[in-house]
Design a protein around this ligand. Structure first.
Ligand code: FAD
Length: 445
């Protein structure tokens, strides 16, 4: 098993122009910084609205977190629907779930619009219980989905083999309307589409400084009416909101192709994208060419400050996962890679403007490709004053002024790692926000 991002291997043979680094001084209406799912959605919204748009990306488009991800497209990004219901009540849960769904729709829409191939597959989701205790969480998710009017099917231990040929899981909830894709091919496909529409894109262009309406890279500068930061791992010199974001490390591995026979035995009723009920859960799905993609992490490395690149963590994820799949005991995993997911203290993204520079907008801590796409599109609409009528319902969820268990100043005393691990666990399993969220106003956005 070698340390290499599989998606880069799939880029070979795809004709995608390298957009040269920014040189010299340019002016534009809208500048988007960051070419991940959020920045691409922002640039698409801005370009399509007719604004002259420039996108600056430090790597390749998709070369940050987006292009390292597993490509599950589900609104369920770290917060299950039942957890949203506990936190926000039925109306808030629906609003947030539907926002995630609209992120999925935005991505599917871009693929359709530009007509590129990125291994988009419709794959139902299956969330499985690894213990008798967590079977209750699965049942609760099923009941919540039914209560809020979303489709779902509950599999008890006896019925699980109808969906998946595994052993040892206690229950599963399956639901439709979810998809998967190759996130690097997606990013490069949207990049090509943006170029066709007239957006100016510079890759290998790191923004190092902002001064007023102008941002600087090593070789050039862009002056813009509106500046949209859609970057990961934000640094204090670029945004005062960097304290609002931390990141967790997770790992992925990809197998050799399994072959049709093994696949139809594994998923007798159609392939599924799956994850389990552990706190540090594993997640797995099949790629279009029949490879198993498996992700997970460990308690020691998730919130560790240093990057871990040796294969020990993913090896132990693979070993423990194999116990549930005796038929896959001989399947080889050939490549693995680590990645870090930005998050806020409560696992919902933050969108805000810089009060001192109201032309500077920030998208922060998007957990999940659909959320990133939703937020990129949202922030561009706001910068361009083309927001939708009911956008304001999201202010209270996404404002940096919303209620958190542990305030930011504590971070400066005890460090981000402790604050984020406690706060995110609280948000996922205990937090109740109803009536506690601030009523953020237009000025925050
Ligand atoms: C291993 C792994 C598996 C995952 N699996 C899934 C999954 O299956 N489904 C899912 O929905 N989510 C998944 N995620 C999470 C998902 O990848 C992220 O939530 C999402 O990609 C965030 O998108 P983004 O646009 O906000 O950030 P990014 O994709 O990180 O985009 C930010 C971009 O900004 C650029 N940038 C940063 N600083 C600068 C600067 N100074 N100047 C210029 N450019 C800059 C970066 O290079 C980067 O390309 C996974 C993440 C990881 C690490």
């Amino acid at each position: 098993m070698i340390l290499q991002n599989w998606w880069y291997s799939t880029l070979m043979g795809v004709s995608s122009p390298m957009c040269p680094p920014l040189k010299g001084e340019i002016k534009t209406d809208v500048l988007v910084i960051g070419g991940g799912a959020a920045g691409l959605a922002a640039a698409l919204c801005s370009t399509q609205s007719g604004a002259k748009t420039v996108l600056l990306e430090r790597n390749l488009c998709g070369g940050g977190t987006t292009g390292k991800s597993a490509g599950f497209l589900t609104p369920d990004s770290e917060l299950e629907l039942d957890q949203l219901l506990r936190r926000f009540g039925p109306e808030g849960a629906r609003d947030l779930w539907d926002a995630g769904t609209s992120g999925v729709d935005l991505m599917r829409g871009a693929i359709k619009q530009f007509g590129f191939d990125c291994d988009l597959q419709e794959q139902d989701s299956l969330y499985v219980a690894k213990s008798r205790g967590s079977a209750h969480a699965i049942e609760a998710e099923f009941n919540t989905r039914k209560k809020l009017g979303y489709d779902a099917d509950l599999y008890n231990t006896d019925r699980l083999p109808e969906a998946m040929n595994s052993t040892g899981y206690y229950a599963g909830v399956r639901y439709p309307g979810t998809f998967s894709l190759n996130p690097l091919l997606y990013s490069q496909g949207v990049k090509r589409g943006l170029l066709e529409l007239g957006c100016t894109i510079h890759e290998a262009s790191t923004v190092t400084r902002i001064d007023g309406h102008t941002v600087y890279t090593d070789l050039g500068s862009v002056t813009a009416d509106q500046i949209l930061f859609c970057i990961d791992k934000p640094q204090e010199r670029l945004t005062k909101f960097s304290w609002n974001v931390y990141n967790a490390q997770t790992f992925l591995a990809v197998s050799e192709p399994l072959g049709d026979k093994l696949i139809s035995k594994l998923f007798p009723n159609g392939t599924l994208q799956c994850w389990d009920s552990d706190l540090l859960y594993s997640y797995w799905r099949l790629t279009g060419d029949g490879r198993m993609l498996l992700g997970g992490g460990s308690l020691l490395t998730s919130f560790a400050g240093r990057d871990v690149t040796d294969p020990s963590v993913i090896r132990s994820v693979i070993d423990s996962w194999r116990r549930y799949y005796p038929s896959l005991k001989d399947v080889e995993f050939i490549q693995y890679w680590p990645g870090r997911i930005d998050m806020t203290r409560d696992l919902l993204p933050t969108i805000t403007i810089d009060e001192d520079r109201p032309w500077v907008h920030h998208v922060l801590g998007c957990v999940g490709l659909p959320w990133a796409s939703f937020c990129g599109d949202f922030v561009a609409r706001h910068a361009l004053n083309t927001e939708k009528e009911n956008d304001s319902r999201f202010y209270k969820f996404l404002s940096p002024k919303r209620g958190f268990l542990i305030p930011l100043w504590v971070e400066r005393l005890i460090g981000k790692r402790i604050v984020f691990s406690l706060n995110t666990a609280w948000a996922k399993f205990y937090q109740v926000d109803r009536g506690e969220t601030v009523d953020a106003g237009e000025e925050d956005f």
